[in-house]
Write a protein that binds this ligand. Sequence first.
Ligand SMILES: NC(=O)c1ccc[n+]([C@@H]2O[C@H](COP(=O)([O-])OP(=O)(O)OC[C@H]3O[C@@H](n4cnc5c(N)ncnc54)[C@H](OP(=O)(O)O)[C@@H]3O)[C@@H](O)[C@H]2O)c1
Length: 180
Amino acid sequence: MEPKNKVFIATSLDGYIADKNGGIAWLDDIPEINTIDTGYETFTSQIDAMLMGRTTFETVLSFGIEWPYKKPVFVLSRTLTKVPQNLKGKVFLVNGTLKEVLQTIHNKGLYRLYIDGGKTIQSFLKQDLIDEIIITIIPTLLGGGLSLFGELSEKLQFECVSSKVYLDKIVQNRFVRKKV
Ligand SMILES: NC(=O)c1ccc[n+]([C@@H]2O[C@H](COP(=O)([O-])OP(=O)(O)OC[C@H]3O[C@@H](n4cnc5c(N)ncnc54)[C@H](OP(=O)(O)O)[C@@H]3O)[C@@H](O)[C@H]2O)c1
């Protein structure tokens, strides 16, 4: 199977994934969005595993909810040494170069990956390792925070293959990497 690395993420209107304090409460500025289907279940049904940065992992843990992911989750970290007992067999720590990490995951037969976390997505983009980005834009200006995108040494072109409006309020764009 051909490896694919995909992003499914929400940003503020000014392109942040977390506010100045690292908070994500603004994701609920239009709470009705949580009551409709915005394609998340379909997206996650088409991936084999998730790869997220340590900060995103710890954010999910801080919610104190039941573990929300059905697929294996690989957590990138150079500092974590173990996962909580209840997540053994569901969460796996990985580190090394991205190529090494991807090889480790592919060797388990997992090829279609959901890449999550700000620094993590940026480091994948720096190495041109993202094939698809689905961005749901919450129309709030945060005025600062953690940007989804960072600097690149060269431009990367994408094609917008779909654009959907939910509740007449929220736009979701799907971009596919255009390789020439
Ligand atoms: N808006 C949304 O939809 C959305 C989605 C996801 C996350 N978020 C939010 O965005 C923020 C993400 O935080 P973040 O930008 O710090 O990013 P992150 O990617 O979640 O985590 C960064 C951490 O991942 C580890 N890491 C990254 N690359 C690595 C590599 N190549 N090798 C080994 N470890 C690596 C490092 O952990 P160590 O320090 O342990 O080495 C690094 O500090 C959080 O506040 C989260 O809640 C928002």
